[in-house]
Design a protein around this ligand. Structure first.
Ligand code: PLP
Length: 327
């Protein structure tokens, strides 16, 4: 220690606040936390929560479009599957979670909403390192709908870069447990931005195409569709593409999708709850399908949005000012 440092008077310690004043702002919405419905700006978790400290959490995202949930049952099934595999328990069954989500949306008033249900391992009162001592925490929220692709990107198609980052292998983390292990995906995104692309695709352990930050990918060759079979989240929008293809008499199957096959595809699109079916027209600076949105992609996009008003695929939210019509 230098002499000057040693002779300096100690700096007074900062004052400990008794209330946190949050300098950030948040999208308009309603959250459910610890049995209470709150504005988004007040939904906070402890920094000691394992969900935050260890990414020990699972979640699911469903959307509301035109005041209707789209395929909520499938999202609930996937969420409860993840809870089970992670040995987490919440004080609700599937119907109870559906009711909480419904209330978040109805209270928010959003007719187009991004709705998330999540459970963290929680925190233990003693900061124990034993996950069994943590108290699991269920939360939910509804905020305005957001999309991976903006309106301009949906019209012209996304420009995608293939990153050299490798997706966490399924032997490490079962990708069917929807999770926040996104460092590979986020690093891929920065690679993509550095290369002038809109978003990224990352590869699996065998060098095949896996998925991107928040989406699955499909390619079309000679009228047949394929999408990576392993090492990816079994997306509900991906499943919806299979269902739409079955209705349309199109062949669609999970398969290994190599990088070359993707580059040489007739059409490429990505799928996500956040945006639906979204065209890709450029990969690593080279045009896919002549750089225009292909006919099968366009047809599936139109059908996808049509299904949002179909009671077989969607269920209405009952808003306080406008009760649902087909409940
Ligand atoms: N892959 C990953 C890693 C995701 O996080 C998501 C959605 O968030 C998807 C794929 C697409 O899944 P879904 O269609 O269910 O939104």
């Amino acid at each position: 220690m230098s002499q000057t440092m040693a002779t300096q008077a100690p700096k007074p310690l900062p004052v400990v606040s008794d209330r946190h004043v949050d300098p950030h702002s948040y999208p308009d919405g309603i959250a459910f936390l610890d049995g209470q419905y709150l504005p988004m700006s007040q939904a906070k978790i402890s920094v000691l929560d394992w969900g935050f400290l260890h990414s020990d959490a699972t979640y699911d995202t469903v959307h509301v479009w035109n005041g209707r949930f789209f395929r909520l049952d499938l999202h609930l099934d996937r969420f409860f599957g993840g809870l089970d595999k992670l040995r987490m328990t919440i004080p609700f069954d599937s119907q109870g979670v559906a009711e909480v989500l419904h209330n978040c949306v109805a209270l928010s008033g959003h007719r187009a909403a991004y709705v998330e249900m999540l459970c963290t391992r929680g925190a233990s009162p003693t900061f124990s390192r034993d996950p069994r001592q943590a108290i699991n925490r269920f939360m939910a929220f509804a905020v305005p709908f957001g999309s991976v692709a903006n309106a301009e990107q949906l019209r012209r198609g996304l420009r995608v870069a293939i990153s050299d980052k490798v997706r966490i292998p399924p032997a490490s983390i079962d990708p069917a447990i929807k999770n926040y292990h996104w460092l590979d995906l986020v690093r891929g995104l920065y690679d993509a931005y550095d290369r002038g692309a809109d978003t990224a695709l990352i590869l699996d352990f065998n060098g095949n195409v896996a998925e991107g930050p928040g989406f699955n990918v499909f390619c079309v060759k000679h009228g047949k569709l394929s999408t990576p079979a392993v090492g990816v989240l079994p997306g509900i929008t991906r499943r919806t593409v299979f269902d739409l293809c079955a209705e349309e008499g199109l062949v669609a199957a999970p398969a290994n999708v190599g990088v070359a096959a993707l580059r040489e595809a007739d059409e490429v699109f990505i799928t996500s709850t956040a945006g639906g079916i979204m065209p890709v027209t450029e990969i690593d600076g080279a045009a896919v399908a002549g750089g225009t949105v292909g006919p099968i992609t366009s047809r599936l996009m139109a059908l996808y949005w049509q299904k949002h008003d179909d009671p077989e695929w969607s269920s209405p939210v009952s808003y306080p000012d406008r009760p649902a019509d087909d409940q």
